[in-house]
Design a protein around this ligand. Structure first.
Ligand SMILES: *Cc1c(COP(=O)(O)O)cnc(C)c1O
Length: 252
């Protein structure tokens, strides 16, 4: 698609990739984190444009919207859909149909629902002779806000996530669940606080997790305004929306 929007997306994407490369050099890292382009509120046409521009990973935070968009984008594109928003257990059965990864696993009940749904989806595919579905990559969302709930500008647990002291128990459950792969951690920097110390704390929690589960090395952190801090703290996945796609309607 040689339209104006594609040109704009290509330019913005190039700028974000440059920022990431500079942050990687500044941190003296030898690996570049994966860029997950967050396409929420933007149409499937933009997702297709991004695929054309070489994007391999997109992120969505609402099941209904993601499900509809995934249906509009060719399976053969090889695109990975990352689910990054708060997820109700009763939506697990839909999410496992299109998502490669869920970054926002934050409670036991959701692990059980995702595992059950994935096992059923894998069986369903086998019965209907469709290509096998890989196990679902799961990241545990951690609440990095150290303030008591009443002092948080965005309200009680609005950003979601398990408390740091609950990570290992949840990890144990995921590691033992059929159909799921334990991959690591995800976090959003607390609203109104410096992102750098929060992401450094996340790195410490990650080290403790990896000591028990050597495969769980992923750290999903960093958005448009704090990707540099996340790269410095060892992020393996960055979730960038606005700086690639431009502003979205102010609802999310
Ligand atoms: C929307 C969203 C992002 C992307 O945020 P931008 O500021 O637009 O880059 C990242 N992570 C989560 C969990 C989100 O909901």
């Amino acid at each position: 698609m040689g339209d104006e929007r594609t040109t704009e997306l290509g330019r913005r994407l190039g700028e974000v990739r440059q920022r990431i490369d500079r942050a990687v050099s500044a941190a003296g890292r030898s690996t570049t984190p994966r860029l997950v382009v967050v396409t929420k509120f933007h149409p499937a046409a933009d997702v297709r444009r991004l695929v054309g521009l070489g994007v391999q990973d997109v992120g969505e935070n609402r099941d209904q919207e993601a499900r509809a968009k995934a249906a509009e984008v060719d399976d053969a594109s090889g695109l990975n859909w990352h689910f990054i928003g708060q997820l109700q257990s009763n939506k697990a059965k839909y999410v496992v149909r299109y998502a490669t990864a869920v970054h926002s696993v934050d409670r036991e009940q959701l692990v059980t629902a995702l595992s059950t749904a994935m096992v059923r989806e894998q069986a369903r595919r086998q019965e209907t002779g469709r290509p096998a579905r890989q196990d679902l990559d799961c990241l545990i969302q951690v609440d990095l806000d150290t303030r008591p709930p009443q002092e948080r500008p965005d309200g009680i647990g609005a950003r979601g996530g398990v408390q740091p002291d609950g990570v290992l128990a949840l990890a144990e459950q995921i590691a033992g669940a059929e159909g799921l792969n334990l991959r690591g951690l995800m976090a959003v920097a607390p609203l109104g606080l410096e992102p750098a110390p929060a992401f450094q704390r996340l790195r410490g929690i990650s080290a403790a997790l990896v000591a028990r589960h050597p495969e769980a090395t992923s750290i999903s952190a960093g958005m448009s305004h704090d990707l540099e801090e996340a790269v410095a703290a060892g992020a393996t996945h960055l979730r960038v929306g606005t700086d690639v796609l431009g502003p979205r309607p102010d609802v999310g």
